[in-house]
Ligand binder design. Structure first.
Ligand SMILES: Cc1cc2nc3c(=O)[nH]c(=O)nc-3n(C[C@H](O)[C@H](O)[C@H](O)COP(=O)(O)OP(=O)(O)OC[C@H]3O[C@@H](n4cnc5c(N)ncnc54)[C@H](O)[C@@H]3O)c2cc1C
Length: 496
């Protein structure tokens, strides 16, 4: 007997995860993806033998915990996948010519900071203690409606210190946190305080990041973003799932306040028992559902919360082995191009640590910086082309600066703008990770269901401020847990 039909809109990591669990639980699922391939933001592209990665720098849950279980079940991680744990988070080049390192181990970082800024020893120890206390918060393994007192007690037991830290700092921005620490050293002021100065960005996000790293539970899987997307796709197909690429959903079909299928852009109607939208949240609510169905929390969030900035990525393939001990380097920098610019800093990644990405004897260098979608969206084709030219020239300049005599060995240079991101993924305003985690929203989560719309579920990065692969994928699993509950079926999952 065929199981009930589930249409999943969007083949990003959330949609693929939903599909995998739908198949495990006997549903007849289909993923409709607008692009020619799945992965969404978790992707990479090939140019002349080079592969340029777009997403994963770190992946929470590579060693243990709820996210790790999810990775094993979906085959994001298998025994064949090597995970590396970097020694450094970033090397920041300061304006005065000095460098500032962030280690991924809190203890080592504390020693380094005290050695270079002994006058701040007390504040440094305090900050590192807060990071250590955060203990890499463990998430729930079931969605809010399915949680029982047992789940909350277990969470309290597992996360006692993390929760104390979360409660203490949940309403604090990075700027406010650093103000309270009173760092005296100009080096720390520039390398840490000014670099992370943000009146909105929650300090919890920063504290948790290093606590996950220090537990070696936020590594990088060799193969990067494309490897992840391909393994999820393979798992889904091997469980009997179906993917229809280049199938853009225009509308979610609703009858008597119940989702009954979708209307595709080409006019085709596809009917189903359930619809899970793992596509962009804003598009789902405002276009596919015509702004008719919201919870008050959703409506407030999409009106008031700020999305993460969109970015520009310059990808360069260099015919030379450019070596570095610091794969991720940040340069504090401001520059105007034509209509866009770099407002604060740019990040340069040397992918030498992933042999699957870089052709032998060559190098893949990526530069990223924030760039507002709105500015790009208002350009004429001529302005757009000129802007990309200026940015490409800047890319060459940076490579030459950090790796002298190498710019003439650049074989490929590719500039992806916020409009490129929107074209391939449809993500709202080109946001790279959904909503920015701020002191207002850091502990909030948007609902996956809308009480007035039956048989409809939402999954993906827009549900959780901060976004990222782990919660996006987890929401895919949660959507199927909720559907199983609705069907009065026991939810099953397995790793084999
Ligand atoms: C530069 C960058 C760096 C990042 N670094 C990290 C990192 O280090 N670690 C980490 O955990 N996360 C990172 N992220 C974030 C992470 O990649 C995303 O949060 C995650 O991939 C989002 O997955 P998703 O499935 O929720 O959404 P998406 O990836 O946006 O997937 C949505 C899918 O829906 C499809 N779609 C949209 N509209 C329609 C429609 N109408 N019909 C059919 N299909 C549709 C899209 O094409 C897309 O495939 C990074 C992101 C970026 C851009």
């Amino acid at each position: 007997m065929m199981g009930k039909k589930v249409i999943i809109i969007g083949g990003g990591v959330a949609g693929l995860s939903a599909g995998i669990y739908a198949q495990m639980n006997g549903f007849d699922s289909i993923i409709l993806e607008q692009d020619s391939r799945v992965g969404g933001l978790c992707t990479a592209w090939y140019r002349k033998g080079y592969r340029f990665d777009y997403s994963i720098q770190w992946l929470v849950g590579t060693r243990y915990g709820t996210f790790n279980d999810l990775y094993k079940e979906t085959h994001l991680l298998t025994e064949d996948v090597e995970v590396i744990d970097p020694k450094y988070h970033t090397l920041t080049h300061l304006k005065n010519g000095k460098d500032f390192l962030i280690y991924t181990d809190i203890g080592e970082w504390q020693e380094y900071l005290i050695a270079n800024a002994p006058e701040d020893e007390k504040s440094i120890r305090r900050m590192c203690r807060h990071m250590d206390w955060s203990k890499g918060l463990e998430p729930f393994d079931v969605p809010p409606p399915l949680r029982t007192p047992f789940h909350y007690l277990r969470a309290l037991h597992r996360n006692f210190w993390s929760l104390i830290t979360l409660l203490r700092f949940k309403n604090m921005s990075c700027s406010e946190y650093f103000r309270k620490l009173h760092f005296k050293s100009a080096w720390i002021q520039e390398g840490l305080v000014n670099n992370y100065k943000n009146d909105a960005y929650s300090v919890i996000a920063l504290l948790l990041m290093l606590s996950w790293y220090t537990k070696k539970n936020a590594g990088y899987p060799i193969g990067g973003s494309l490897g992840v997307a391909q393994r999820l796709e393979k798992r889904y197909l091997s469980l009997g799932g179906k993917i229809l690429a280049q199938h853009k959903v225009k509308e979610i079909l609703v009858q008597n306040d119940q989702a009954v299928g979708v209307l595709l852009e080409d006019g085709e109607r596809m009917m189903s028992d359930y619809v899970v939208s793992a596509a962009d949240g804003h598009t789902t609510l405002y276009q596919m559902l015509h702004g008719k169905y919201f919870t008050p929390k959703m409506e407030k969030a999409y009106k008031n919360w700020t999305p993460f900035s969109s970015i520009v990525q310059i990808s360069m393939g260099v015919d030379a082995l450019l070596k570095t001990d610091y794969p991720v380097q940040v340069t504090l920098y401001k520059r105007q191009f034509g209509k866009t610019g770099i407002s604060h800093s740019y990040r340069m990644i040397n992918y030498g640590y992933d042999p699957s990405i870089v052709p032998e004897g060559k190098s893949a260098i990526v530069i990223r910086f924030e760039s507002p979608y709105e500015v790009w969206n208002g350009m004429t084709p001529e302005e757009y082309a000129a802007e990309k030219e200026m940015i490409a020239a800047f890319g060459r300049e940076v490579v030459e600066h950090y790796y002298p005599n190498s710019s003439d060995k650049i074989e490929v240079l590719d500039v992806a703008t916020p409009l490129t991101t929107v074209r391939y993924t449809g993500v709202w305003k080109g946001s790279c990770q959904g909503f920015l985690p701020t002191r207002e929203n850091i502990s909030k989560q948007l609902e996956m269901t809308i009480p007035k719309l039956k048989n409809f579920y939402m999954a993906g990065q827009w549900l959780f401020p901060g976004g990222g692969i782990p919660p996006s994928m987890q929401s895919g699993k949660w959507a199927i847990q909720l559907i199983c509950k609705n069907e009065k079926k026991k939810f099953v999952c397995y790793t084999k």
